[in-house]
Design a protein around this ligand. Structure first.
Ligand SMILES: N[C@@H](CCC(=O)N[C@@H](CS)C(=O)NCC(=O)O)C(=O)O
Length: 218
């Protein structure tokens, strides 16, 4: 298996899953800052020009959530996806809540803060997206009250997706006043096989360290 990744990207969701499973995998760094995701070679792997990408034998897969679901199914005996139909429904519910209601506002904020060319950025959308995240963050805060995990009573790949997404939110100071989410985030990243925090990866990149080594952490 091979993971195409870079620093603090959504590839962390896949790395987290692979590390928790304890399976061997190779890694290829695609340097987003150097535009390597738009190279003809990488576009053959992911025509969307985005990370992560993942290869397992003949299977070439993109979309971080599709990849972690594939891994959860491949190693179903590890229990990272619920077996029971009702529990599975809850699992999908909160997984989709994470990627639609939480991730999308974060993506809008990041794009308008730094990813779009300066003359295309809309500060007004940053304010709207912050409001959208805050409203949905309160819904999740209520859901997580008294819970250890996003769905069911044991860790699933939905937790790896959510914890990374909340770490992203923390980078944007969006977890203030959401203590259950903050505690959950700390708990998840305290797991022995958790990946590094986004802030630590970014600090190393900004510190001018060899970016190709990012994937070797921890
Ligand atoms: N829905 C996709 C989003 C992938 C995505 O946007 N990845 C970012 C890095 S986190 C990327 O590669 N951006 C490069 C670009 O959009 O040009 C997923 O979850 O895999």
């Amino acid at each position: 298996m091979k993971l195409y990744e870079f620093g603090p990207s959504r590839a962390i969701r896949v790395r987290w899953t692979l590390q928790e499973l304890g399976v061997d995998f190779d890694t290829t760094i695609v340097n987003l800052m150097a535009g390597e995701h738009r190279s003809p070679e990488f576009l053959k792997i992911n025509p969307a020009g985005k990370l992560p990408a993942f290869i397992d034998g003949d299977l070439v897969l993109t979309e971080s959530v599709a990849i972690v679901l594939y891994l959860a199914e491949k190693y179903s005996e590890r229990g990272l996806i619920p077996e029971d139909l009702g529990e599975r429904a809850e699992f999908f519910r909160w997984l989709l809540f994470t990627t639609t209601e939480l991730e999308q506002p974060l993506w809008r904020i990041s794009r308008h803060m730094s990813i779009y060319p300066a003359d295309m950025r809309l500060p007004a959308d940053i304010a709207l997206a912050r409001g959208d995240f805050a409203a949905m963050g309160r819904v999740l805060e209520e859901h997580m009250s008294g819970r250890q995990f996003l769905a069911g009573n044991s860790v699933t790949v939905a937790d790896f997706v959510l914890a990374y997404t909340l770490d992203w939110a923390m980078m944007l100071n969006l977890l203030d006043g959401l203590p259950h989410l903050d505690q959950y985030l700390q708990r998840m990243y305290a797991r022995p096989r958790a990946p590094p925090r986004i802030k630590d990866i970014v600090a190393k990149i900004r510190g001018g360290r060899d970016i190709a080594r990012m994937a070797e952490i921890p």
